[in-house]
Design a protein around this ligand. Structure first.
Ligand SMILES: [Zn+2]
Ligand SMILES: [Zn+2]
Ligand SMILES: [Zn+2]
Length: 343
C-alpha cells in the first residue's frame, strides 16, 4: 500500500510509496553532474570581471579595485534578468485582470574565484564568507520598499536549471510575496493562532524526539527529511532556535549553518552520485515599511532551507493536481543519509 501524507504547514498531500522504497542506486542512471572543467571561457572566473555586469558588492583583498581580480565572493547583476530594478510598480487592472511592471532585482552571487571548486569543496571559513554575502545582500535589498520578498536560491547541475558550471547562487527580489511562501505563512499563522506556538519549532522538537527522519543535528541546526517530502531525498535545514529571518544570523550562526549545509550536500552527493539539486531559502517577507503587517510573523514563521535533489521528473499527474508521488519514504532517505560516514 502507498500512503497519503499531509504536510502540516501548507496542507499539501503527497503520495508516498511505502511498500518498496526506491534506494539511492535506483536513481543513479548517468554519471551525475560533471565536475567543472577548465579550458573554455567562463565569465565568472577571476580575470574576466569585465565580462559580467558591474559588481554590486564583493569580498575583496585589501588594495584591490572593484571589477578587477583579487576577490573571494562577488555579486553582479544577472546579465539576463527576469526582473528589472528601475521604475515603479505601476499596479493596474485590465478588465478583471491585475498586473504590474516587472520590477525586481536579479543578482548572481559568484561563490569563488576558482572555476573548479564546488560548494562542497569550500573550506568552512570560505563558506561562511559566502553566507555572509547572502546576508548582506538580503539586508541591503530589504531597504527598498518596493521589494516584498527576497528569494535566495541555488540551482546546481543542468537538471536543476544551471546554465553555468562555475559555483554560484542567485537572488531575486520581488514586488509580491511568492505563492509558495504565502501558503507557508498562512499555515504557520493559522497554527500559531490556534496553539500559540511556532509550527516549525513543534516539528523540530518532535522530529528530534522521534529521530526517524533526522539526517543530522548540531548544537544550532537540524536537518530532516520532512514527513510529507515531495521528492526522494528532500532535506530541510532549520535553525533550532526560533527566528523568522536568515539575515539575523550571527557570525557564529553562519559558521554553524555552513557546517551542516556542506555536510548535507556531501551526503547527498555521496548517496546519489553528485545529483543536480535546487536549494531555496524560505524566510519571512520584508516587513520594513509595512508597519502592522502580520503582527505575529516574528513568532509564527521560522526560516529554513529546502534542498530538492532533481532525480525524478514531475509529470502530468503532478502538474494537473499539485500532488507529488514520492517513491522513497523520508524515513528511508533519512536513515540512508544519516548512516553515511560522518562528513
Ligand atoms: Zn569559471
Ligand atoms: Zn519556530
Ligand atoms: Zn519552506
Amino acid at each position: 500500500m502507498s500512503e497519503l501524507r499531509k504536510d502540516p504547514i501548507v496542507g499539501r498531500w503527497v503520495i508516498i510509496s511505502t511498500e518498496r522504497g526506491k534506494r539511492p542506486a535506483d536513481f543513479i542512471h548517468g554519471e551525475g553532474v560533471k565536475p567543472p572543467r577548465l579550458g573554455h571561457f567562463c565569465p565568472f572566473c577571476e580575470g574576466n570581471e569585465d565580462k559580467t555586469p558591474p559588481e554590486i558588492s564583493a569580498l575583496r583583498n585589501p588594495d584591490t579595485r572593484p571589477n578587477s581580480p583579487g576577490w573571494q565572493v562577488r555579486v553582479v547583476a544577472n546579465k539576463f534578468p527576469a526582473l528589472r530594478i528601475e521604475g515603479n510598480l505601476g499596479r493596474r487592472g485590465v478588465g478583471m485582470f491585475d498586473m504590474m511592471n516587472g520590477i525586481g532585482a536579479h543578482e548572481v552571487i559568484i561563490e569563488s574565484p576558482d572555476h573548479v571548486k564546488a560548494l562542497t569543496d569550500f573550506d568552512l571559513s570560505h563558506l561562511k564568507k559566502v553566507l555572509s554575502v547572502y546576508k548582506e545582500r538580503s539586508l541591503d535589498l530589504k531597504k527598498d520598499e518596493r521589494f516584498k520578498y527576497i528569494l535566495l536560491f541555488k540551482n546546481y547541475g543542468q537538471d536543476a536549471g544551471a546554465s553555468l558550471e562555475h559555483s554560484h547562487s542567485q537572488l531575486i527580489a520581488t514586488s509580491v510575496t511568492p505563492k509558495r511562501i504565502k501558503e507557508e505563512l498562512h499555515g504557520a499563522k493559522w497554527y500559531f493562532d490556534y496553539k500559540q506556538r511556532c509550527i516549525f519549532c513543534d516539528i523540530i522538537n518532535q522530529e528530534i524526539d522521534y529521530g526517524v527522519r533526522i539526517v543530522e543535528v548540531s548544537s544550532d541546526f537540524v536537518a530532516i527529511a520532512p514527513f510529507a517530502s515531495r521528492f526522494p531525498f528532500e532535506v530541510w535545514i532549520l535553525p533550532r532556535q526560533h527566528s523568522p529571518d536568515f539575515d539575523r544570523c550571527s557570525d557564529e550562526g553562519l559558521m554553524g549553518l555552513g557546517k551542516i549545509l556542506r555536510s548535507i550536500l556531501r551526503r547527498l552527493s555521496q548517496a546519489l552520485n553528485n545529483p543536480s539539486y535546487n536549494l531555496v531559502f524560505h524566510v519571512a517577507p520584508n516587513r520594513i515599511s509595512r508597519g502592522g503587517y502580520w503582527q505575529t510573523i516574528d513568532k509564527d514563521y521560522h526560516w529554513h532551507i529546502e534542498i530538492m535533489p532533481r532525480i525524478v521528473k514531475a509529470g502530468g499527474f503532478e502538474w494537473g493536481t499539485g500532488f507529488y508521488i514520492n517513491p522513497t519514504p523520508p524515513e528511508e532517505a533519512a536513515t540512508y543519509l544519516r548512516e553515511l560516514e560522518e562528513r
